[in-house]
Each structure stands twice: as C-alpha cells, then as structure tokens.
Design a protein around this ligand. Structure first.
Ligand code: OSB
Ligand code: MG
Length: 371
C-alpha cells in the first residue's frame, strides 16, 4: 500500500462508571483515533488507547501525540508495504512507544483488510465464533459498592469477573465476592502494586485459598525474578501484563517461569502482528493466554475482538461490550456482549465496524493531517 494521508483526532469520552486501579481514578478517557487513506481512497482506522497519565506504562496521550505527529505519521507515509505484518518496519528504529505504534499498525491492518474485502479476524487467522467476555472491575469506595458492580455484570451475562486489587484492598473484597458467588470465574489484577515485603507476600499467598483463575501482575514490570519466586509458592497461576511488551521479555519470563499465563494486549505489544506472535510463542511454551484491554473505544475494541478470535485465547477476555464504559461509542454498530460473549464479525470487512466520522470530528479537541 502507498498511503496518501494520515489524520489523527484526540477524542474524550465520558465513562458510564468511574474506574479506579491501584494507581488512579478516572471519570473520562481520552484516546487518539488514527485515520489512514491510500492513493485509491481506501481508508483504515486505528486507535491509540494510551492512558492520559504514565502510571500503567511510561506513555501518555501527549507522548503518543508527539510520536505520532513527529515520527510515526511521516514514517508510515514514506513506507511501502504490502502485508500489514510489514507495516511495523516503518518504525523499527524507534524504541518503545508501543501504544502509539499499535494505533497506526491497527489502521494499516484495517485498511489492508478493507481493500481485500476481508474481516480482520479472518486475516489474523481467527476461528472462534465469539470472544468470551469478562469484565474488569475497579477498586470501589466500599465492599457493598463492589458487590453491586459484580451483581450488575453477572446479571447481564458476563461469565468472568476480574477485580483490581492493591495492598489493603485484597483479601477482604476477594473473600466477600467469593462467598457471595461460589462458582464465579474470578481473577485479580494488582497492576504491580505489591513488593516482596513480608506483609505483601502474606496477602498474596492468602489469595491462594479462593480458587482464583489467576493473579495478574502482582509486582513491578521489571520484577520477573520476584514473580518466579512467588509462582513457585502458589497454586494459583500468575499472569503477566505490564512485564511483557515484546517477544524477548516473553522469552525471559518463560525461561524464568515467572508466570503461567499471559494477558495479551494489542497496545502494549505495539500492534496486532506482535500480539499474534506472542499468542503463538506463549502457547508453544505451554502457557495460557487471554486478550486484555485498555478501555478502548470501538475501534481499538474491535481490534481486540478480532485478536481474541484466535483459537489459543482459551481464557475469557477483558473485552466487554462498549456499553459497560460509554453511553455512545465512536463506531456503528456498537460492540456488544450477548450472554457474556462478543460475536466476531467475520462477514464485515476490516475491524467490522464503521467509524462515526462526523461524531469523531465533532468531538476532537485536536486534529492532525499529513499528506
Ligand atoms: O491492567 O488490565 C489492566 C485498564 C487500564 C489500565 C490497565 C488495565 C486496565 C484494565 C481494563 O483492566 C480492561 C478493560 O479494557 O476493560
Ligand atoms: Mg492488567
């Protein structure tokens, strides 16, 4: 493909329900939507789903905007590629900045698939009819508020619940949710909030008693050895998120036995191509994988659904319907879970959802165009 135009839009959407993790609390999210157009007028959309602040990773919406406008947009305009697996070569000399790269790479996949009249899920090799969907629930002001959130989502059909935990908000919420829902598929995510301090280790070991599917990212991203030491003491599988943003880190984690499960996020891995390779490598090593998310708007969410259609995604994803997050999404049709499953749109080209372009343009607080 030879691209003719790169456009980007900074868009803020209010959240239906505020979300708190071990590091911060949010009432709205701002993402960057990327629109590519080739010389024949074919269009592809991508989403840069970086958090606004550098608490999940070092990237922010501002760093993504900078990388996109100064480096990635000129690089992809000048690059010649036929298969979207080759798009990433445009920025192979640029270190890091995976969220920014992923947004442009998703748009390349969407454009190439639309040109070929093929769904992204099919192009990636997906075969699942639906992506089993779970929900990720933030830290709530009280245990009763948390129970109300769990109740709301279990009632609307979700089959797996992930609770955000942090020191001081761990054993108690997990015990109460487990007592209330003895058969619920339940897992926790600490976003790296624990250390090997004895109190923290005691709290983490106590979680072994609640039949959790997994414990996600208890320690800091670089602490692979600490994860390996904890995994050796636990029955419950550990799952890595922040620790793995490229294939070399995955290789190290596998070698160290730092976990047994990988949360694969398109954004964190820098795009769909690397995400798919991570899926293949993790499975070869005997790990299980599932598809995580970053509270994406419809474009990024649709890319997650396509990725989650790969056969190896055996555990439920974090890819819930957009309505869990947003009153009105940027795509049509909106992404919905039915009875805890998100259908994979194999019969529609590209990401399978049309971007509501007038809505995106009307919401944009900043726009960028390069031809
Ligand atoms: O660690 O998985 C995470 C959201 C923002 C930052 C980090 C994480 C999350 C989620 C949300 O858990 C998953 C979703 O998109 O629902
Ligand atoms: Mg996580």
């Amino acid at each position: 493909a030879r691209l003719a135009k790169v456009e980007a839009f900074r868009v803020r959407l209010p959240l239906v329900h505020e979300f708190e993790t071990s590091s911060h609390r949010k009432a709205w999210l701002e993402h960057i939507l990327v629109r590519l157009e080739d010389a024949d007028g074919a269009v592809g959309w991508g989403e840069i789903a970086s958090p606004s602040d550098p608490y999940y990773s070092s990237e922010t919406v501002d760093t993504c905007w900078l990388l996109l406008t100064r480096y990635l947009a000129p690089a992809i305009l000048a690059h010649r590629w036929t298969h979207p697996d080759e798009a990433g070569r445009a920025w192979e000399r640029i270190r890091g900045h995976h969220f920014a790269k992923a947004g442009v790479e998703i748009a390349c996949w969407d454009l190439a698939c639309r040109r070929a009249g093929m769904s992204l899920a099919r192009a990636l090799g997906g075969s699942r009819a639906t992506a089993p969907a779970g929900v990720s629930l933030g830290i709530e002001p009280t245990i009763d508020d948390l129970l109300a959130q769990v109740e709301r989502h279990v009632t609307s059909g979700y089959r797996r619940v992930k609770l955000k935990i942090a020191p001081g908000w761990d054993t108690e919420p997990v015990r109460v949710v487990r007592d209330t829902y003895p058969d619920l598929a339940l897992q926790v995510d600490a976003n790296g909030a624990y250390t090997e301090d004895p109190d923290h280790l005691r709290a983490l070991r106590a979680l072994d008693a609640y039949g959790l599917l997994l414990i996600e990212q208890p320690f800091a991203p670089g602490a692979l050895s600490a994860h390996a030491r904890l995994q050796a003491q636990l029955e419950t599988p550990l799952c890595l998120d922040e620790s793995v943003d490229d294939l070399d880190q995955l290789d190290t984690a596998i070698t160290l036995r730092a976990a047994r499960i990988l949360n694969i996020k398109v954004s964190r891995m820098g795009g769909l191509s690397t995400a798919r390779q991570a899926h293949d490598r993790a499975l070869e090593a005997g790990w299980q994988v599932w598809c995580g998310g970053m509270h994406e708007f419809g474009v990024g969410r649709a890319a997650n659904v396509a990725l989650a259609s790969l056969a190896g995604f055996s555990l439920p994803s974090d890819v819930s319907g957009s309505d869990k997050y947003y009153e009105r999404d940027v795509v049509d049709p909106p992404i919905r879970a039915y009875d805890g499953e998100v259908p994979v749109p194999y019969d529609r080209p590209g990401i399978g959802h049309e971007v509501d372009e007038p809505f995106v343009r009307s919401l944009a607080s900043d726009t960028f165009v390069l031809t």
